[in-house]
Design a protein around this ligand. Structure first.
Ligand code: UDP
Length: 334
């Protein structure tokens, strides 16, 4: 058996990164976390994990930690991820996502890191007219968030052609839920994602849920998304890393979703079923930058990786998110 070298997890204090930390530890990988705490606090990272507070754009810091910890692979989550904010503050997205990753990548190449797993997004596809979306479909992002991630994928593709590493770009659809054992969940200082907002409303932390648009060309008029449980997504990262190691001359471009679309209305109906009452909704206007429908083809993910979804039910996603939200409300983490 090959030695498992430490894996650097950038953004490992954040929502998806912290679940990836747990999944890697569960699979026997040593991990090191680098996080600038711009949208997290480090509280979700187990105490015995080496944790460095800092930025992926801090070149000397990145260079020294890659060397000092003997890093053998990078899982790169750090970045900004709010579609609406990217429309109003686009340069933040080109700085935090694209320019900062360039520095990380240059240092990774200089240090000879052989494998990189990158957090990409369905937003690179823009507003596709064909569903489900295949990995080879056109990349026509309609917001700066999607552009910033697509630019990063292109940097990785070009660099991997001439430098000695392979990479996986995991294109996340809508990530939601929480670790079923409640070791991690969403605590971000800024959250705008529907499942998080909806569970907050269910617990009375908000008066209602806004529905951003019911005039889209979709079956019930609200936007359709492909929601994936964060623990299934974390497991896909472990599987992708292990596949990169097994096939060092291949890159992996993989949609991460269940291949099933749910509308905002259907998500809120599922919430009502879970909490057994009607959580108030307010129908409002569209949110800028939102494409009407995003549904993954996950054929490549299922066929390429040793991965099967374990939590692919919206009611479970919502009830795990809700249980986590209750834990937050109990003040256990503060
Ligand atoms: N949405 C909504 N109300 C909210 C938050 C989101 O109606 O309070 C809608 C949003 O317009 C989109 C869908 O829910 O159609 C998913 O949005 P989210 O922010 O969760 O993820 P995104 O698809 O933007 O990454």
């Amino acid at each position: 058996m090959t030695t498992k070298l430490p894996v650097l997890i950038t953004g490992g204090g954040g929502y998806i990164g912290s679940h990836a930390v747990l999944a890697l530890l569960d699979a026997g990988w040593p991990v090191v976390v680098l996080d600038d705490e711009s949208n997290s606090t480090g509280v979700l990272v187990p105490r015995d994990v080496p944790y460095i507070k800092g930025s992926i754009a801090d070149r000397p810091l990145v260079a020294s930690l890659l060397r000092d910890h003997g890093i053998g692979a990078i899982l790169h989550f750090a970045g900004s991820m709010l579609v609406a904010e990217s429309v109003t503050d686009p340069l933040k997205y080109y700085r935090n996502n694209t320019a900062a990753t360039l520095i990380l990548l240059e240092e990774a190449v200089a240090a000879g890191i052989p494998h990189i797993v990158f957090s990409s997004t369905a937003a690179i596809y823009g507003a596709p007219d064909r569903l489900p979306i295949e990995e080879g479909d056109p990349k026509l992002p309609i917001n700066p968030y999607g552009v910033s991630k697509w630019m990063t994928e292109q940097m990785l593709a070009d660099a991997a052609r001439v430098h000695d590493f392979n990479y996986a770009a995991l294109r996340y659809f809508n990530v939601a839920g929480a670790d079923p054992d409640l070791r991690a969940g969403q605590i971000g200082k800024t959250s705008t994602h529907i499942v998080k907002i909806a569970t907050e409303a269910a617990l009375g932390k908000r008066p209602h849920v806004d529905v951003f648009g019911t005039d889209y060309p979709t079956p019930d008029g609200s936007c359709v998304r492909d929601y994936i449980h964060v623990s299934d997504l974390a497991a896909a990262h472990v599987a992708a890393l292990e596949k990169l190691i097994e096939r060092p001359h291949e890159n992996l471009l993989l949609n991460c979703g269940y291949g099933k679309g749910l509308s905002v209305t259907q998500v809120l109906d599922a919430l009502d079923v879970v909490v057994q009452r009607k959580v108030p909704r307010v129908i409002g206007p569209r949110r800028p930058g939102d494409p009407p429908q995003l549904v993954a083809s996950n054929r490549a993910l299922v066929e390429t990786l040793d991965w099967t979804p374990a939590h692919a039910d919206i009611h479970q996603i919502i009830s795990d998110a809700l249980a986590w939200e209750r834990k937050l409300a109990d003040g256990i983490l503060t």
